[in-house]
Design a binder for this molecule. Sequence first.
Ligand SMILES: [Zn+2]
Length: 196
Amino acid sequence: MVTGADGQRWLFDPGSLCLELLLTGGPAESGRPELLRTPADLVGWLTESRLARTAEVHRRQVDVRPSELRRIKELRDIAWRVMTTLARGGDPAPEQLEAINDYAQDSIHPELEPSTRTVRWAPMTGEQVLGTIARDAIDVIGGSVSRLRECAGEDCSLLFLDTSRPGNRRWCSMRRCGNREKVRAFRSRTRNDDPR
Ligand SMILES: [Zn+2]
């Protein structure tokens, strides 16, 4: 769930872990409020992130230090700038991409619960979470960048991967920005049709 500046909440899946992190804040120019004030905030975000599609993330499994949270936010700022530049057809600075490489050292990993043979997450540190997010950013930038979009809605700059087959998705959500645009187009059409 995403909350807009107007307080409306809507469902939005940006399509990748790194892009999900961009919903939690960003550099000042992103205009996004900070949702990760403490390590516990980050852990809460992880439990609700797309990692939970692989296996449930339990709070007790995640150990994040304040210094690690700081680095995750540094990565978030860089990723926000790089992804926004790319979605607008620009070229990010090479130093920004090298910084993402530097963060991509470590990684969380799944493992098997021996008695049930189901998948669970191995205990994870903030450094591993940082690396996993950076690796996801590398996948997006190096692999899926042609599908990276910025929502075309007015006052909306949410970034997402367009997974529609024709690749023509324009909105973060049809029910939010798509619908607002439809209403706007309808109003301007009826205004133009009105001879007075
Ligand atoms: Zn939007």
